[in-house]
Ligand binder design. Structure first.
Ligand code: HEC
Length: 112
C-alpha cells in the first residue's frame, strides 16, 4: 500500500512537470508560426524594394502582399528580358529559379 501511494504521488508530480513543460513551450511554438526570416539573398532586392516589400521611391513598386504567381511571372519576365528594366534584368539574372521562388513566397506573405 505504501509503495502504491508513493508511485501515485510520483506519477502526479510527473504529470504536473509535463504539464508545466507544455505550458512553457507553448509561447515558443506560437513564435515558430511567425513569418520566416527573409532568405539571405533578399538583401539584393531589399536595397530598392525593402525587407518589408515597400518600394523605396515612387518608381519602385511595392511587392508586399502581391500575388505569388504574379511576382514569380514578373521576375521570370525580367530574367528572360521579355520585360525590360536594366536593374531588374540584372538582379533577376543573378538568382536561381529556386531563389526566385523563395523570394516570391517571402514577399507574397508580407502584410501590404
Ligand atoms: C536598383 C533597384 C532595384 C533592385 C536592386 C531590385 N529591383 Fe525590382 N524593381 C525595381 C524597379 C524600379 C521596378 C519597376 C520596373 C518597371 O518600371 O518596369 C522593379 C520591379 C520589380 C518587380 C515587378 C513588380 C510589379 O508590380 O510588376 C518585381 C517582382 C521585382 N522588382 C522584384 C525584385 C527582386 C526579386 C529583386 C532582387 C532579386 C529586385 N526586384 C531588385 C527596382 C529594383
Amino acid at each position: 500500500m505504501k509503495h502504491a501511494g508513493t508511485a501515485l504521488r510520483a506519477a502526479a508530480i510527473l504529470a504536473l512537470l509535463v504539464l508545466g513543460a507544455l505550458m512553457v513551450s507553448c509561447p515558443r511554438s506560437a513564435g515558430a508560426q511567425a513569418p520566416p526570416p527573409p532568405p539571405r539573398f533578399v538583401m539584393l532586392c531589399a536595397a530598392c524594394h525593402g525587407y518589408d516589400g515597400i518600394g523605396h521611391d515612387p518608381a519602385t513598386p511595392n511587392l508586399a502582399g502581391q500575388n505569388i504567381v504574379y511576382l514569380y511571372n514578373q521576375m521570370m519576365a525580367f530574367r528572360t528580358r521579355a520585360r525590360v528594366h536594366p536593374e531588374m534584368n540584372f538582379f533577376t539574372g543573378q538568382m536561381t529559379l529556386e531563389e526566385l521562388q523563395a523570394i516570391a513566397i517571402y514577399y507574397s506573405v508580407l502584410p501590404r
